[in-house]
Design a protein around this ligand. Structure first.
Ligand SMILES: Nc1ncnc2c1ncn2[C@@H]1O[C@H](COP(=O)(O)OP(=O)(O)OP(=O)(O)O)[C@@H](O)[C@H]1O
Ligand SMILES: [Mg+2]
Length: 772
């Protein structure tokens, strides 16, 4: 059937495609309730893309699916129809990271499989006994820098692809999306603005609650104007009339039919199609006439639910039972699995499925090498599911899990979530644990930590079950520690400024803020008196300023490791190092108060305003541990002399800052508050000196140095504020009016202090040097 109505929505989508094809990439959401025609509209868009030589890729989210499913589906589909040479060229550079998501690419492009850091190494600290072989045995990466590399890799893959031809990437049914999918979307959206890539994400609005990661993303992006939303509303009365005409193939006056349909279906296309089908089945709409008498006297189902119920009632009990079983499998299911789990002869299963298809309860969805079946409407699945008794459900879940295991034995990796879901629901704790651990391991290997934690939590709950043996319980204890360590690291990362939300801040920080610190970093590196071949650790490296200076001095035989907690900063640092001539440096996300590094391994530890203020003793202790005997620690820190404009800035900020901070901004504020709580302590030279000596450092020296820091114009000052780790997030979340007022008022307040040569701030810093 031709597309009816939706001219405006289609025009908007086409114009987005056109402008993205000209290098103005963007994210567009297409939202609407179930059956409103999102998928239908996109198939129209696909034809448009095909005709315009635009690559169209599509992937979908499922409930209980593995992390990143829409991404993998879209990429896999593309991989299958593309030759090895093209794929190899698309996976150049950072894009090769995509292989950790799509392992089949490794053999196609002839890349060497990546060796990732093990879970154990990542968690570090006490030598946790990890459950084996499920977790920690193979090289899974849980390092957050690895996650960034993956995001960057996937993004780069699409950008490489978009250099050949413009790309439209559709991610369907995001209401089922896992967190990893959303975080990846968050990341990628910020990197496509100047590229020929349009991302379209669809979701059912009514199924999204406020706490869903997607809701948060939509809110954030709307605030920042990073995405547009197209909403599919109900069809107009005219469109419903056209539907009736097209569906019945007739052109006579069908206004009355259309009116009846419009008022019962309230313009939902799926509902319209199904009601017309019903009326035709009941012979109310006939080949050449309409039985108006019966049309008026028949009570039409007033909801999709009622309509579907009516339809079910007309089916044979065995058929309804089979559909009930399918509903337990999931929103979509494989015919083989259904056959296996039903225990019915193949012929009857086929028969019932045909009936289901014919009466529009289920539909076929083409997938690679065949098709899957799915419920035509989510409400139908719920109806039949509710009709299955709890006892029967448990049994069915177990049977389904076994069938899934058998059916997908060659390809278990993509079905671990599904299988563990069914074992959990069946009450088979042992099996559930087995698959949850595998699912967690796989999730962690692709940096989908939220999912991994969720699986581990379920494992812990299930371990209470008496059927789980004692030995396993010990492992669970270890797991508990693992989760805790993980959670802390993640939380910490969220408190700091993370790339996911503030990557643009990191880039601005690098452009505007870092140059101000360059003289300071130079002094630190000079004081460290580095030699060729030495190993250096740069703590709180930020975007890598001191690390770069050090890398130059230690030369190709030396090595520099920069560590930081901020993903955003690290990503900029990593990018810069890739673009530079230095191959002797590396950046990693690490907490300086628990460095995952061996004892006695560095000749020097340097830090330019990067030492932890929160837990400075622990920072010193760790530094001492990783330094070789005789190694040097050099760092800079502020004195307690404050910038005279700070109070003015605070006052104006307090007036304009948002009262509804996102969790991330709330975390930043907290981090800032505690930063200033500790400020007194870390700016006091004698306190730091004593700490260093107590820790075992020798020959502790310190000196105060003044630097002149120049702001050329008030505008320059504003730029710096916009790049400040604590202030920039405030600006991001201010309303546009407040942001503008804030900038204006601050510029006015400082303007009088400017002379033609600018404004000179006297910075005062403490420099420390100590030996192990
Ligand atoms: N504008 C339209 N013109 C013709 N047919 C349409 C139109 N909109 C929807 N349909 C038909 O209505 C039915 C439901 O549409 P579709 O599957 O696209 O809905 P959806 O919004 O994707 O729903 P879901 O959220 O369940 O995925 C399909 O049979 C589709 O072909
Ligand atoms: Mg759809």
């Amino acid at each position: 059937m031709a597309l009816i109505g939706r001219e405006n929505e289609l025009a908007v989508l086409k114009s987005r495609v056109d402008s993205s094809a000209k290098g103005k990439g963007r994210l567009v959401f297409l939202k609407g309730e179930a059956g409103m025609g999102k998928t239908r509209l996109l198939s129209e868009l696909r034809s448009y893309c095909d005709a315009s030589g635009i690559t169209f890729l599509q992937g979908r989210c499922y409930s209980a699916s593995f992390p990143y499913s829409p991404w993998t589906e879209a990429i896999n589909d593309f991989v299958r129809r593309t030759d090895a040479q093209t794929l190899t060229s698309l996976c150049q550079g950072p894009a090769v990271e995509i292989t950790s998501l799509i392992p089949s690419l490794v053999t196609i492009i002839g890349a060497s499989p990546k060796k990732n850091m093990g879970l154990k190494e990542w968690v570090g600290g006490p030598k946790t006994l990890l459950p084996s072989p499920a977790v920690g045995a193979s090289g899974t990466s849980a390092e957050d820098a690895g996650r960034l590399a993956l995001f960057e890799g996937v993004t780069q893959f699409f950008l490489n692809l978009s250099k050949k031809k413009p790309v439209v990437l559709v991610l369907e049914d995001l209401q089922h999306a896992d967190n990893a999918t959303i975080i990846m979307l968050r990341y990628m959206t910020r990197h496509i603005f100047e590229h020929r890539l349009l991302i379209v994400g669809t979701f059912r609005e009514e199924e999204l609650d406020q706490s869903h990661q997607l809701s948060q993303l939509v809110r954030d992006f709307e605030k920042e104007a990073l995405s547009d939303t197209v909403k599919l509303d109900a069809l107009s009365r005219e469109a419903v009339l056209q539907f009736v005409r097209d569906l019945t193939g007739r052109t006579e006056h069908l206004e009355e039919v259309a009116d009846t349909l419009y008022s019962t279906t309230r313009g939902n296309p799926f509902f319209v199609v199904e009601t017309v089908r019903s009326l035709t089945e009941q012979d109310i709409i006939k080949k050449d006439s309409v039985d108006y008498g019966r049309l008026r006297s028949t009570a039409l189902p007033s909801s999709v639910r009622a309509l579907l119920r009516q339809r079910l009632e007309r089916l044979e009990p065995e058929c309804v039972e089979l559909i009930g079983l399918a509903s337990i499998i999931g929103p979509d299911f494989d015919q083989e699995v259904l056959l296996g789990a039903s225990g019915l002869p193949e012929a009857s299963v086929l028969n019932h499925l045909e009936t289901g298809l014919k009466v529009g309860l289920i539909r076929e969805r083409p997938v690679h090498r065949g098709f899957r079946l799915e419920f035509a409407d989510p409400r139908l699945r719920r109806i039949v599911q509710d009709d299955v008794s709890t006892i029967r459900k448990r049994k069915l879940h177990n049977k389904i899990a076994e069938c899934l295991e058998k059916t997908y034995s060659e390809n278990l990796n993509e079905h671990l979530e599904e299988i563990s879901y069914h074992y959990v629901e069946s009450g088979n704790a042992k099996k559930a644990i087995q698959f949850l651990l595998l699912a967690a391991q796989r999730a962690a290997s692709t940096h989908a930590y939220d999912e991994a934690i969720r699986h581990y939590r379920s494992v812990m709950e299930l371990s209470e079950d008496p059927s789980v043996d004692k030995q396993a319980a010990d492992r669970i204890e270890a797991l508990q520690q693992l989760i805790e360590a993980w959670r802390r690291t993640l939380q910490k990362a969220a408190e700091m400024i993370t790339i996911d939300d503030y990557s643009s801040v990191a880039e601005r920080y690098d452009a505007n803020y870092v140059p101000l610190f360059e003289p300071l970093a130079r002094r630190v590196v000079e004081m460290a008196e580095l030699h060729e071949g030495e190993s250096v650790l740069d703590v709180g490296t930020g975007t890598g300023l001191a690390a770069f200076l050090a890398a130059k001095l230690v030369g190709p035989t030396g090595r520099v490791l920069g560590v930081d907690l901020s993903d955003g900063m690290l990503s900029v640092a990593t990018k810069k190092s890739r673009d530079s001539q230095y191959r002797n440096m590396e950046f990693k996300k690490m907490d300086e108060t628990s460095l995952e590094l061996p004892d006695n391994s560095f000749d020097a530890v340097i830090s330019n305003l990067g030492l932890s203020r929160y837990n400075v003793d622990m920072g010193f202790k760790e530094t001492y541990r990783v330094l070789k005997p005789g190694g040097t620690l050099v760092f800079s820190e502020w004195t307690n002399k404050r910038d005279p404009f700070s109070p003015v800035l605070r006052e104006i900020l307090d007036k304009h800052k948002t009262r509804n901070p996102s969790p991330l901004l709330a975390g930043t504020r907290e981090a800032e508050t505690s930063f200033f709580q500790f400020y007194e302590r870390v700016t006091d030279r004698s306190v730091l000196k004593r700490m260093l000596t107590d820790m075992g450092f020798q020959k502790v020296l310190s000196s105060i140095v003044e630097h002149k820091s120049v702001r050329t114009t008030p505008d320059h000052s504003l730029k710096i504020i916009q790049s400040h780790p604590f202030l920039a997030p405030e600006l991001v979340e201010m309303s546009p009016e407040d942001r503008e007022a804030f900038m204006r008022e601050f510029a006015q307040a400082i303007a009088p202090a400017f002379t033609p040569t600018g404004l000179v701030l006297d910075w005062e810093l403490n420099y420390f040097k100590a030996y192990k």
